[in-house]
Ligand binder design. Structure first.
Ligand code: ARG
Length: 279
């Protein structure tokens, strides 16, 4: 399974010309639970938050980082240590192994016009590969079916690096920009957010790694909705997931509502079951 996950990343990464990939492992059956991956994505940065260490890395992975260290992983403890994979057997035993460096493409972040930005030492990985969702098809639950696409810039620039509960970089960027941070009303956060997102899009492009932006993707999504409608099909969705996490009203996706019914087959959060058979 570990080797297949590595192969998944290599196929998906494709030298930066990202390919969507899903790897489907054995499903749960009535007799035997299937295997599980403990990490929420195949690639993630480790995180620590303790009184001795302070805050290091990505707070979202504190739990799985602790588990990896308990299983023998020795981390460098930088802000961007790629976590090892933790794979759980149907019988509950766990193995922990580090991904080979050459299977994890990463992009160092720089800004097209702000030379100091590169000194922040920020980076992100190329392939978002969700590993902890259930794939539900025809009454079968595949509890281990990692799947990946390519990133939209805002996932990294407006959430992973910006959220206060994640890398919380806006105060640092705001200070380096020399913004007046004395009041929320100077909109220093908003200005820092735009520059951070410019850096993300610029850096991926510069590195030759596929990434979409929220304007392009919103247009494409509405074109998709129109095409489906012409075929007489409805397109349910969740407004809060569809509207980008910055510049909401600049996106045509903002200016309408979506049906909320759920469909099957589907990827669903672990354990919630088939959306078509839920109340
Ligand atoms: N938002 C998640 C992240 O920042 C990834 C979710 C999947 N995204 C995607 N573009 N396929 O890591």
């Amino acid at each position: 399974m570990f080797d297949e996950c590595v192969e998944h990343l290599r196929l998906a990464t494709n030298g930066g010309r990202i390919r969507p990939v899903v790897t489907v492992f054995a499903p749960d059956t009535a007799r035997r639970r299937g295997p599980r991956i403990r990490n929420d994505q195949l690639v993630r940065y480790a995180g620590w938050h303790t009184s001795e260490l302070g805050r290091i890395g990505d707070p979202i992975t504190v739990g799985v980082t602790r588990e990896a260290e308990r299983l023998g992983w020795r981390a460098a403890r930088t802000d961007f240590d790629v976590l090892p994979l933790i794979i759980e057997d149907p019988d509950g035993s766990r193995m922990c192994r580090g991904l080979p460096d050459d299977a994890v493409l990463q992009v160092p972040l720089s800004h097209p016009t702000l030379p100091w930005f590169a000194d922040l030492g920020l980076r992100w990985y190329a392939v978002p590969a969700l590993a902890n969702m259930d794939l539900v098809i025809g009454g079968i639950t595949y509890g281990c079916a990692p799947f990946s696409g390519w990133y939209m810039g805002t996932e990294i620039g407006a959430r992973n690096l910006a959220d206060v509960e994640r890398y919380d970089m806006l105060p640092t960027v705001g200070r380096r920009l020399g913004l007046n941070m004395s009041s929320a009303r100077t909109l220093w956060r908003d200005r820092a957010l735009v520059e951070l997102n410019i850096a993300v899009l610029h850096s991926f492009e510069h590195a030759g790694v596929d990434m979409t932006d929220h304007h392009t993707e919103s247009e494409r999504f509405l074109a998709h909705l129109a095409a489906e409608k012409r075929q007489g099909r409805s397109t349910p969705g969740d407004w809060s997931w569809l509207v980008p996490p910055m510049s909401g009203a600049l996106s045509p996706v903002f200016h309408r509502y979506y049906d909320r019914d759920e469909r099957c087959p589907a990827f669903v959060p672990r354990g919630v079951g088939c959306p078509a058979h839920r109340d």
